[in-house]
Design a protein around this ligand. Structure first.
Ligand code: PLP
Length: 395
């Protein structure tokens, strides 16, 4: 008999994964080219050439017992130093290896932070729409998820409500920009406001409130938009980064946390993050991949390919009468359901072999997420099918 907690988690288990499996089932029946699977954020742009080259060089050059051996739980010191230097160059910060913990992707990093910070009953605030896995991650450590309702006009966070929801049990706030699923980038003005609200609330309650910035999409931005680096605005910021999207390496499970010296109880937090990495069973981030990302620290995926998809899909759907804000980052379009019913919209689309994820999964009913990290052909060939969906939905 599985645990009561897992019964609930399995029940609520990701709709996105279920859609992905549905896509594979439909592909077997109709042929992959006739299925328009926009369900999963699995990058289709290949990893930059530097990545495979680095894998080969490292495997050839390193002593095998060292390369494949255990290491410090927080990762290789030289890799962490390389990452710190790169951040300092890009964001005028002053991190060292003692501010970086290598993680098993962003998911691993978030679990390490939450394990490090949460006592049972501690509150973690998230802004809808949010990545649905946060629910499970917070539940893993018996935290209480507190959701700020979405502003569906702009998808910038609703700060009036945020301020009201902060209590003396608020231990952390998770932000995700560029955002999954809306594609919105939080403006500098928004970031400054979040910081000043948190400063004031820390003072009011005499507590530490950690801002966790979940940033797997930091590098995927369009039209020259800049993504503010949050440690510069609020001292108690911990950044969770991932190479899953920025280098198209989601299956390799590699990322890092940035824990600045300015964070409250820095020494304890940094040490605890290393221990959490070990006792959650990660032990350390994958050794080979740590070395690969350090070698490829300046490599970039072909963001122009995602941009081409974004333009084609956004323009195509807008012409058909669908409504959505134009995303500035990530690789998702968050489209309004024509009659306000996201599940009905997904069901009609599925009849035409189009798979999308209902906004309910992101605590934002009335919208659907379309992941456009697919081939350009899939986008173009899906548009006549979307036209049929539009017609059926009365647009
Ligand atoms: N956070 C967000 C907002 C995501 O969209 C994802 C993956 O899609 C993750 C975290 C997990 O990323 P990773 O593969 O690096 O664990």
């Amino acid at each position: 008999m599985i645990s009561d907690k897992m019964v609930d988690l399995v029940k609520g288990s990701s709709v996105i994964r279920a859609m992905f499996e549905e896509g594979q089932r439909l592909a077997k029946i109709y042929g992959a080219e006739n299925v328009y699977d926009f369900s999963l954020g699995n990058p289709n742009v290949p990893a930059p050439d530097e990545v495979n080259k680095a894998v080969k060089e490292i495997v050839d050059d390193e002593v095998s017992t060292v390369l494949h051996g255990y290491m410090n739980n927080s990762g290789y010191e030289e890799v962490r130093a390389t990452i710190a230097d790169s951040l300092n160059r890009r964001f005028e910060t002053s991190f060292t290896e003692n501010n970086i913990v290598m993680t098993v992707g962003a998911a691993g990093g978030l679990n390490v932070v939450l394990k490090t910070l949460l006592n049972p009953g501690d509150e973690v605030i998230v802004f809808a729409p949010y990545f649905g896995e946060y629910r499970s991650y917070v539940a893993n450590y018996d935290g209480k998820l507190v959701v700020v309702t979405p502003d569906t006009n702009t998808f910038q966070p609703n700060l009036t409500e945020f301020e009201k929801l902060i209590t003396n049990r608020t231990k952390a706030v998770i932000v995700n920009s560029p955002n999954n699923p809306s594609g919105v980038v939080y403006s500098e003005e928004t970031v400054k406001k979040i910081a000043s609200i948190l400063e004031a609330k820390q003072k009011e309650y005499g507590t530490d409130i950690y801002l966790i910035s979940d940033e797997p999409y930091r590098e995927l931005v369009y039209d020259g938009v800049t993504v503010p680096y949050l440690t510069k605005y609020y001292n108690n910021t911990i950044v969770g980064y991932s190479f899953s999207k920025s280098l198209s390496l989601p299956g390799e499970r590699i990322g890092y946390l940035v824990i600045p010296n300015e964070v409250a109880d820095y020494h304890d937090v940094f040490a605890a993050a290393g221990v959490a990495t070990r006792i959650l069973g990660f032990v350390n981030a994958p050794s080979l991949m740590q070395k690969v990302v350090a070698k490829c620290i300046d490599a970039e995926v072909n963001v122009a390919a995602y941009n081409r998809n974004r333009e084609a899909l956004y323009n195509g759907l807008s012409e058909l009468g669908f409504e959505c804000i134009k995303p500035e980052g990530a690789f998702y379009l968050f489209v309004k359901a024509p009659n306000g019913d996201d599940k009905a919209f997904c069901d009609v689309a599925k009849k035409h072999n189009i798979l999308m994820v209902p906004g309910t999964s992101f605590a934002c009913p009335g919208f659907v997420r379309i992941a456009y990290c697919v081939s350009y052909d899939t986008i173009i060939n899906s548009l006549p099918k979307f036209a049929l969906v539009a017609e059926e939905m009365g647009l």
